[in-house]
Design a protein around this ligand. Structure first.
Ligand SMILES: *Cc1c(COP(=O)(O)O)cnc(C)c1O
Length: 224
């Protein structure tokens, strides 16, 4: 099935409340163009240089999302145009995003990446860290950042019960922080190719899908 049909098929299955982010990392610009012609406007990338190049050459009404681990020294390159950073995982990074957003005279929308998976290598805040940041009202010192919600990745496993319980715990935590501190929270980024159907059931508002749309095998060999 071609890219535009895949996108239409996925969108038809998603509830109206759930946005599709097409993850275009390692995909050539021609593939992104095809998705764009099919009406897709939101794309997710995980590497600064690749994103910068694509943003330069592709249509300016594309909404670019950053979904990978972001190093503080790379923030300034994406600050002028990024729509949403899903993967904010440290206070140091928050400080730098605020700095660069101020220089651009922008308010950058961010999600707090929360560690929910079993794997130890995953980036992100713990529930406790986030609670303590909100207790201290730390976000008030960063007027150029707007935290609109949270992002999380479930364990890489076939155990659907485990995946579901991880998404459920993030959904509960999202609602806890929303009720206590952040009534404007509206974005819960959960779910990728292998687990987005579970994530949607657990309250995701944006799913990040790559290989289901572009195919698994093409991913690496297309790297420039
Ligand atoms: C690559 C990536 C995705 C998309 O993964 P697929 O399994 O190809 O859908 C989603 N989220 C993040 C953070 C990623 O790095």
């Amino acid at each position: 099935m071609n890219i535009s049909n895949k996108i239409k098929e996925i969108k038809a299955d998603l509830p109206d409340t759930v946005q599709l982010l097409v993850v275009s990392k390692r995909q050539p610009m021609s593939a992104i163009r095809e998705a764009y012609e099919a009406g897709q406007r939101a794309f997710g990338e995980s590497q600064m240089q690749e994103l910068k190049d694509k943003q330069y050459f592709l249509p300016k009404d594309i909404e670019w999302h950053f979904i990978g681990h972001l190093q503080t020294n790379k923030v300034r390159f994406i600050a002028p145009f990024i729509s949403l950073i899903h993967s904010v995982d440290s206070v140091k990074l928050l400080e730098e995003i605020n700095n660069q957003a101020r220089k651009q005279n922008r308010i950058i929308h961010c999600l707090l990446e929360i560690r929910i998976a079993r794997e130890k290598t995953k980036y992100g805040f713990s529930f406790e860290e986030v609670r303590s940041l909100y207790e201290k009202d730390i976000f008030a010192q960063w007027p150029h950042i707007h935290i609109t919600g949270m992002m999380g990745m479930a364990s890489l496993t076939d155990d659907e019960i485990l995946i579901q319980s991880e998404f459920y715990s993030l959904s509960l935590f999202f609602n806890e922080i929303k009720e206590q501190y952040a009534p404007w929270f509206s974005v819960l980024s959960m779910g990728m190719t292998d687990d987005y159907e579970i994530a949607v059931k657990e309250g995701s508002t944006i799913v990040r899908i790559g290989s289901h749309i572009f195919g698994k095998k093409e991913k690496r060999k297309k790297k420039k």
